[in-house]
Design a protein around this ligand. Sequence first.
Ligand code: ATP
Ligand code: MG
Length: 275
Amino acid sequence: MTADAAIGNGAAATAGAGAPSGGAAAAPSAAPLLALRGLRVAYGSVEAVHGVDLTVGAGEIVTVVGPNGAGKTTLLSAAMGLLPSGGELVLDGEAVRRPTVEAMVARGVALVPEKRELFADMSVADNLLLGGFARWRRGQRDQKARREEVYDIFPRLRERHAQLSHTLSGGERQMLAIGRALMARPRLLMLDEPSLGLAPLIVREVLQVVASLRDRGVSVLLVEQNARAALNTADRGYVLEMGAVAFHGAASDLLHDRRVVETYLGLGKGVAAGA
Ligand SMILES: Nc1ncnc2c1ncn2[C@@H]1O[C@H](COP(=O)(O)OP(=O)(O)OP(=O)(O)O)[C@@H](O)[C@H]1O
Ligand SMILES: [Mg+2]
């Protein structure tokens, strides 16, 4: 296994909040929106994530790339409170002692899981309303207005609002899964392999929307096997290998680092060349 290698100047940002390549919203001295410090996650007695340090600054798009089984989903699940973890999980400079899903949702974190988990026999419109349920229960009755905002982000969902979700195309299902997560008005959106199973053109469309969320005040933690497409979308990246960070740095530096190119990016094919 490779020791964690910081690549380029942007790598310094792991220690703080900085958004080295275009994440404009972060003040240099502000605490990162999310900081994982020495995060460890085990399945029974087998540890799958071995002490990962990672930050997402306000207004940043950060990606975690790496091969099958590297621990990407495990990392996201622990960050969402779905799996118990060791180490520290810090939001806005405040340690979350026992991260549970409810606690993370209440603090403005949302996850789009790899298996989209939509309600198959419900319409697009109703799937979206359910995404706003936690807010509704807290007395915030803005779900219909919020749904209009989601329709503005994904006009295709407005066109298909009455369609049952199991009849949507793969790309439309991914848009609905992201839209449903956005209904909770998250500050941090975590996405697990949004490009999985999608055609290159649709991957590009989905990732363009992900990139545009920054302008709506949403920071993004994007997990992808499609490393080139993810690094082209993100400000910073971490390469996860066997449960540990092998490289991290500004996405533009990682895209041009020889070791990263040789191992993960192949010989410079197109944006969505596949994992
Ligand atoms: N429920 C589980 N029980 C036991 N081991 C698990 C479980 N889920 C994952 N693992 C193991 O943890 C390691 C990390 O898996 P994980 O799913 O996080 O990888 P990943 O990077 O998301 O891979 P992929 O790109 O294939 O989605 C793997 O060795 C996997 O076999
Ligand atoms: Mg996974």
